[in-house]
Design a protein around this ligand. Structure first.
Ligand code: PMP
Length: 304
């Protein structure tokens, strides 16, 4: 990732990609206390547009607020910087990664003498879980690792350190030949993937876990809105592992993963063992929405 052409926004200015560096004694590198976002921009008829930019930036500021971190820029600057990062790298579609981190100003755990730095990178990134899998679906393993407890790590924050748990789960799933992990919460209920929220379908109704220790996903919110707009009932509730096994359909949602069908969980086939019809419909609506092919929600698209 480091050795390529392009520009990265770092602390208020665009820098050459290879020179957007920080010292090895950067605080966040040692302790994981930082916050970030994952945002996508898509091609639309009017040009490249960032999807739900304001919502992602709000979540970034909320994440920082939860961690007690003060971002030294206002929302407008962070929004503008994301547009600039896409534009100046000549990207027609992009994955955008803003991150706020503590720098190398000290190594003790107290944060009051540290500075908050902000970096925004943007690059081209295709289907996160594979192009074919968007049609065929992925194979998922329920993780032996428990998702965060609400009073251990702060689950409303998209915080760097929270992703150690995600990576352990994903590593285990990949090692066992699966594509992705499904994590259960401390009470044993289904929570989310390593970087996705989950939905299941049963008898034409969509179910998704209520947000206790899952991230409040923006794609999750989008899918809930899209389902409501086509009159499909959505229920947020506690979901057990065996409910997923007997679902008619299941899918993951995320900015990177978009709407990815799940065809198997723990060796059990889900529904027909491929992308189900409701998943396909919502996936289609999602792509229409992000590419600006729907009239609804023009406020979700910000041209770069
Ligand atoms: N859960 C986790 C743990 C994630 O990392 C992500 C990706 N940001 C999501 C859910 C989905 O969130 P979003 O739809 O906002 O990308």
């Amino acid at each position: 990732m480091a050795d390529r052409d392009g520009l990265i926004w770092l602390d208020g200015e665009m820098r050459p990609w290879r020179e957007a560096n920080t010292h090895v004694l950067t605080h966040t590198l040692h302790y994981g206390m930082g916050v970030f976002e994952g945002v996508r921009a898509y091609q639309t008829d009017g040009g490249t547009a960032i999807f739900r930019l304001e919502d992602h930036t709000d979540r970034l500021f909320n994440s920082a607020h939860i961690l007690g971190m003060k971002i030294p820029y206002d929302r407008e600057t962070i929004n503008e910087a994301q547009r600039t990062a896409v534009r100046e790298n000549d990207l027609s579609s992009a994955y955008i990664r803003p991150m706020c981190f503590y720098g190398p100003e000290g190594m003790g755990l107290r944060a009051d003498q540290l500075q908050v730095h902000v970096v925004i990178g943007a690059w081209s990134w295709g289907a996160y879980l594979g192009e074919d899998n968007m049609r065929c679906g992925i194979r998922v393993r329920v993780s032996s690792f428990t998702r965060h407890h609400v009073n251990v790590t702060m689950c409303r924050a998209k915080a760097n350190g929270n992703y150690m748990n995600s990576m352990m789960a994903l590593q285990e799933a990949l090692r066992d030949g699966y594509d992705e992990a499904l994590l259960l919460d401390a009470s044993g209920c289904v929570m989310e993937g390593s970087g996705e929220n989950i939905f299941i379908v049963r008898d034409g109704v969509l179910y998704t876990p209520d947000l206790t220790s899952a991230l409040d996903g923006i794609t999750r919110r989008t899918v809930i809105s899209l389902a409501a707009e086509i009159g499909m009932p959505v229920v947020e509730k506690r979901i057990t592992r065996d409910e997923v096994y007997i679902a008619d359909e299941a899918f993951f949602t995320g900015t990177a993963a978009e709407v990815t069908p799940i065809r198997e969980v723990d060796g059990r086939t889900i529904g027909s063992g491929s992308r189900g019809p409701i998943t396909e419909r919502l996936q289609g609506l999602y792509f229409d929405q992000v590419h600006g092919r729907r009239d609804a929600h023009p406020e979700w698209l910000t041209l770069v």
